[in-house]
Structures are given as C-alpha cells and as structure tokens.
Design a protein around this ligand. Structure first.
Ligand code: SAH
Length: 347
C-alpha cells in the first residue's frame, strides 16, 4: 500500500503544479513535464521521470505520492473477456472489465467502491457504497485496460463504458474530470463519442449534464417503464419517478440533440407482458432512443429469472415495428462473474 500522508500529486491541476514549482525555485515548464509523465505516460513512480534531475525527483518524492491503482488479479473468460481486481491506495478494491469483440475493445470501468442504489437484481448493490473514486483512479483503470488490449490482443482500446461498479452521476465531478483527461491530448486523446456513461437515471444530474453540454453518449438503465414495477426493483424510482426521468431526458435531447440508449432486462413474471412492452415503447417515444435488451446474469437463486425467448421476441417485435432500434445483448464474461451486475469483489 502507498503511504497516504503525502499529497496525491494528481489531485493538483496543471496551474497548481506550476505554482508549486515556482514556489520551490524551479522553472514552471517543469510542471508541464511532470504533468505529461503523470497523465500522458501514466508514470507510477517519480524515478520514471528521466528528464528531471535526481534532486528534483527526490524533492517531489518528499512532497507527493502517486496513488496509482494496482491490478492485483486478472481473470480471463473463455470468451476472451478479462476481469481485473483493482486495489486502490487505501486497500479498497473495485473491478474493471475488458470486453473484446471483432471490431472493438471496450473498457468497462467503475466509478465508486460499491453502490448506494440498491437495485434488487444487482450484485454491486450488496456492497453498499464505500466511497467515490477519484479522477485518477478512474483514469488508471482505462490505462490498465488499454495496456492489456495491446498486450493480449495487439489492438487499441476503442471504447469506454461507465458500466462497472457504482453510479457515475453520483460521483459527477470526478467522472467528468476523468473523462476530460481521457479525451484530452495530454491524456489518452480518445474521442467523446467512444465513451458511454450509464446511469440508473438520476433526473437532476441528467439535466446538469445537458447544461454542461457534454459530448459523450448517455445510457439509462430503465428495466421497467411502469412506475409500480420500476419502484419495486429499483428503489431510486420512488424519489425519481419515470415522469421526472422523462422530463430530464426531454431537456437532455433539446440541449444536446443526442439519442439515449435504454438498457433493459426482461424477467420472468416481472416485466414480460405486452403491457410492459407497450409502456417501454411509449417511453421510447419521448426522445429519439434505442434499446438494448440485456441478458440477465443471475446473482443468486432468487426471485429474478431471465424471461423466455418468446417474451424477448414480443418486445423486439413491438419495438422494431414502431421504429425503435432494438438489440439483444448477450452477456460476456459470465464464467468469471464479469458480466453486467455481477461485479461484487467476490474473491
Ligand atoms: N449505476 C449505473 C452503472 C452500472 S451499469 C447504471 O445503473 O446504469 C451496470 C448495468 O448492468 C446496468 O444497466 C444495470 O442495470 C445492469 N445490471 C445490474 N445487475 C444486472 C444483472 N444481474 N444482470 C444483467 N444486468 C444487470
């Protein structure tokens, strides 16, 4: 574990770093060099900063720590998916996932340790929320997967989804700051359109994102378009009902002109009737949208079971017939508990 009494250097903005150097009798351009080492080259140690004098590196070591993450354990699924157990500077653990497909390599990253949302079907919910991840802890997960993509697949990382542990919009400032670094030329220089932030649908934060004019994609974990059902499986719906979510999405579309993707699991006896499919269709008409019907990944013996193929086809039929693009998404990495909703630091 890294010592925590020294300040985490990556909490400093470039300007603050410049100020630190000036105050210590150094040239401000040194700050630029260090910043590049920290973000662009993902240095984990001051000794890697070979264009700084040994004396300067020592001075930095005395003042700062680099609280980088450690990928402690890596599991590979038979389908090529890689799950990482990531240890943070304070010993807490989150998980991140590399998902390879023919055309893409996607990094699925966590934004919080645990989650406060208590969705009944999700394993992460059982961990409760421990703390938010800092921007660099989010950034480092992406860097680690980028390196794995090259090492194991000889291909570049192409996409990033905030679909790991936690609710990104309840750690908004840090997630935005991480995305800023990921997309900046001094960081990973990845395109915003390759990034998707997935949310349980926190209405007021969707409004905030629209006001902030963000450029990445938005996905909403909907799972039910009838309040009674949604509240029963996703407690957030009690204080944040579908009408409010719908209004926030309208605002989002007005401001950004960007489509939204709805994630939706169809469960036996919960939402597998035509009434539910019609309600989803109605919700989909609020703003331009598409639907991913995602396969349920059982997290116990319990009350949730994947609906029949007939029910999925009924959904497909109703949505597609009405012009809503709908895809059925098969799970990846199920054998290593790396699939949606399975991230729970099991080991
Ligand atoms: N909190 C954000 C980010 C988590 S993304 C959000 O809710 O969107 C994880 C995705 O997996 C969400 O769409 C979630 O609803 C879904 N999910 C959770 N548990 C699942 C399970 N057991 N099987 C399939 N999908 C699940």
């Amino acid at each position: 574990m890294v010592e925590t009494s020294r300040r985490d250097i990556r909490k400093l903005k470039l300007d603050e770093l410049k100020q630190f150097f000036v105050e210590h009798g150094e040239k401000p351009f040194r700050a630029q060099q260090v910043y590049e080492w920290l973000w662009n080259k993902s240095a984990k140690d001051f000794d890697q900063m070979t264009n700084l004098s040994v004396g300067l590196r020592e001075m930095l070591k005395q003042n700062f720590a680099i609280n980088h993450i450690n990928v402690d354990r890596m599991q590979r699924s038979s389908d090529g998916t890689i799950k990482n157990a990531v240890t943070l500077y304070d010993g807490m653990v989150v998980e991140s996932v590399l998902i390879p497909t023919e055309k893409r390599i996607t990094a699925c990253v966590s934004s919080q340790v645990g989650c406060s949302l208590a969705c009944k079907f999700c394993a992460t919910a059982r961990l409760k929320r421990q703390r938010n991840l800092s921007p660099d802890e989010i950034y480092d997960q992406v860097v680690a997967i980028k390196e794995q993509a090259q090492l194991y697949y000889g291909r570049p990382l192409t996409n990033i989804v905030f679909m790991g542990m936690g609710e990104p919009l309840l750690n908004y400032a840090n997630v935005m700051s991480a995305i800023e670094k990921i997309t900046s030329q001094k960081g990973l220089n990845m395109a915003n359109k390759r990034i998707t932030v997935s949310t349980v649908g926190v209405a007021k934060m969707i409004v905030k994102m629209a006001d902030d004019n963000v450029k990445f994609n938005l996905a909403v974990s909907l799972h039910a378009a009838l309040d009674k059902t949604r509240s029963a499986i996703m407690p957030i719906n009690d204080t944040n009902p579908l009408s409010e979510l719908g209004d926030a999405l309208k605002y989002w579309y007005q401001k950004t002109k960007r489509k939204v993707t709805y994630e939706y699991v169809v469960w036996k006896g919960i939402n597998d009737t035509e009434e539910h499919a019609q309600a989803l269709l109605k919700f989909c008409k609020i703003i331009p949208s598409k639907v991913n019907l995602i396969e349920y990944n059982p997290i116990d013996e319990g009350e949730f079971q994947q609906a029949s193929e007939a029910a999925l086809n009924m959904y497909m039929d109703i949505l597609e017939r009405n012009g809503i693009t709908t895809r059925i998404r098969k799970s990846r990495g199920k054998d290593i508990d790396a699939a949606c909703g399975q991230l729970a630091n099991k080991t």
